[in-house]
Design a binder for this molecule. Structure first.
Ligand code: AMP
Ligand code: ZN
Length: 501
């Protein structure tokens, strides 16, 4: 079996075989959130995408150092030429809070959300404000190497010069230097300080209203946004590492400038593979706060939004995200969520049935065995093909009717060897829990499924007693309430079982 992993590298725009710098060890850096407001579902999608990548790299046996930063200084607001202000500093000023209170509050909210969606915490979560010294040192190296210049206490990266000397500039984003004129996300008050409009600030002299400020050789100021990721990835993963990721809206200017800074400071491009996750849309448009086209995770969990007809559980939403490839856009609509919820429950139900199956007496590998074996291998091959979760799921859903068919006796269990049955059980549980990071729905709240099982058993017994006593009022009431909760009871010859949906 071919065990190679292929990854689409944004830098080459091609799928390439993944070869870490050191066999068995992977360094991965992903740009984290700017913590000045609540995360929206679009942000969550990007981090869930990288969570699945992280999980799969580990599943393949790699030791992964996953660094995901928190941006808590330097990310300037909007594109306004005249009045760009640091997002966190502005929030703190308006709300009369310490900037670190803003940072703490929204970091907590971000972490809560990541936990609710069952994403694994990164190995290191560095903050920009905790790495000012490293950033100052990097600015100095960039100046020493001739790619930075100081003007009135601010320091700019000399993009024009860099681009002339390195044809790498613009390669990641496909931009041409002359087009960069109006697009810089760190548009500063003093555009005139720059020698070329495409230059960008790596150190910014703080104006009097700016709350976060540090001493530096050039002024009391703060670092430019792109610098933190260059400095922190170098610190924790080295000058060269394996994977750099982020949302694809960060390709330019953020990632392009990160590469320029790294090359400018230490002469080498940082990451071997650049991975970009695509955007979450809502009803066909990019989910974005500035457009008002947004839904918060909490609105989804409670159903409190005009965009949706009911509440959805975190795991149904996580499953919904798995249904699209990370490099494709994903459009959130009520219909799509309803479909995802149903499919998620079908998968979990099939897994429950599967884990309860025992090999038939005298079972031997037959045609069914071969089909199942092949589908399992195909599912893993889809995952190794640039983490293709929708195609992997498609293979698992080809296996679901086989599982249900064996259970119901439509398929001959004698044709399925004990060995393949075990392989199937392990594959389902690895995919569902380890790789996709799904949980059983009842676990989503408090991690305790046995309580729910126990309660349902009690209710089923109460209903059976009521029926035995011809107490139709009670048995109907139980049935109606369960129906409202979307819980179905099935009476079979082995007693009554329950399912959700
Ligand atoms: P920010 O806090 O704006 O720096 O964004 C944090 C992360 O969320 C970045 O990697 C963005 O690319 C990503 N992001 C922002 N909006 C969306 C969206 N609609 N869909 C997916 N990812 C997004
Ligand atoms: Zn970054």
């Amino acid at each position: 079996m071919n065990n190679k992993l292929y990854i689409h590298n944004s830098l080459s725009r091609q799928k390439e075989e993944f070869k870490p710098l050191e066999d068995g060890y992977v360094g991965m850096y992903v740009c984290g959130p700017t913590v000045y407001s609540d995360v929206h579902l679009g942000n969550c999608r990007t981090f869930v995408s990288f969570d699945i990548i992280y999980r799969y790299l580990m599943f393949l046996g790699n030791k992964v150092r996953y660094v995901r930063n928190i941006t808590d200084v330097g990310h300037l607001e909007g594109d306004a030429d005249s009045d760009a202000e640091d997002k966190i500093s502005k929030k703190a000023r308006l709300e009369r809070l310490e900037p670190m209170e803003v940072v703490q509050h929204y970091s907590n909210g971000f972490h809560d959300m990541m936990r609710i969606f069952n994403t694994l915490p990164p190995s290191i979560e560095p903050r920009a404000t905790g790495h000012i010294i490293e950033q100052i040192e990097m600015v100095q190296s960039i100046i020493d190497n001739g790619y930075g210049y100081e003007k009135n206490g601010s320091v700019y990266f000399n993009t024009a010069k860099f681009a002339q000397e390195n044809d790498e500039y613009g390669k990641l984003s496909g931009r041409v230097i002359d087009d960069l004129l109006a697009e810089s996300r760190d548009n500063l008050k003093n555009q005139s300080e720059k020698e070329h409009p495409a230059d960008f600030a790596i150190w910014i002299k703080a104006d009097p209203r700016h709350l976060m400020r540090w001493n530096s050789p050039w002024s009391v100021g703060f670092p430019g946004w792109h610098l933190e990721c260059s400095a922190m990835s170098t610190k924790y993963l080295g000058q060269k590492f394996d994977i750099h990721g982020g949302g694809n809206d960060l390709k330019f200017p953020h990632h392009e400038n990160e590469i320029a800074q790294n090359v400018g400071a230490c002469g080498c491009s940082p990451a071997q593979y650049w991975l970009h996750a695509n955007m979450l849309l809502m009803n066909g448009r990019k989910m974005s706060k500035s457009d008002g086209n947004t839904i918060t995770p909490n609105q989804l969990f409670t159903g409190d939004s005009p965009h949706i007809s009911k509440a959805y559980s975190p795991m149904a939403i996580r499953f919904f995200m798995l249904q699209a490839h990370y490099r494709s856009t994903l459009d959130l609509t009520d219909d799509a969520l309803l479909g995802a919820e149903k499919a998620y429950r079908r998968l979990m139900e099939a897994n429950k049935v599967l884990q309860g199956l025992a090999a038939a007496k005298g079972a031997q590998a037959g045609e069914l065995d071969q089909e199942i074996d092949q589908l399992i291998d195909q599912a893993f091959a889809e995952m190794r093909d640039d983490f293709n979760t929708p195609k992997t799921l498609a293979r698992l859903f080809e296996l679901v009717p086989k599982i249900n068919g064996i259970k119901a006796g439509h398929l001959d269990a004698k044709e399925l060897s004990a060995e393949t049955l075990e392989k199937l059980k392990k594959a389902f549980s690895d995919f569902i829990y380890v790789i996709f990071g799904l949980k059983d729905e009842m676990d989503a709240g408090d991690g305790d499924n046995s309580a729910m099982d126990g309660l349902m058993q009690l209710i089923i017994e109460m209903r059976a007693d009521a029926r035995a006593n011809k107490d139709w009022g009670t048995s109907d009431k139980i049935r109606d309430v369960l129906k409202e909760l979307d819980i179905q009871l099935k009476d079979g010859k082995d007693g009554t079982s329950w399912t959700i949906g």
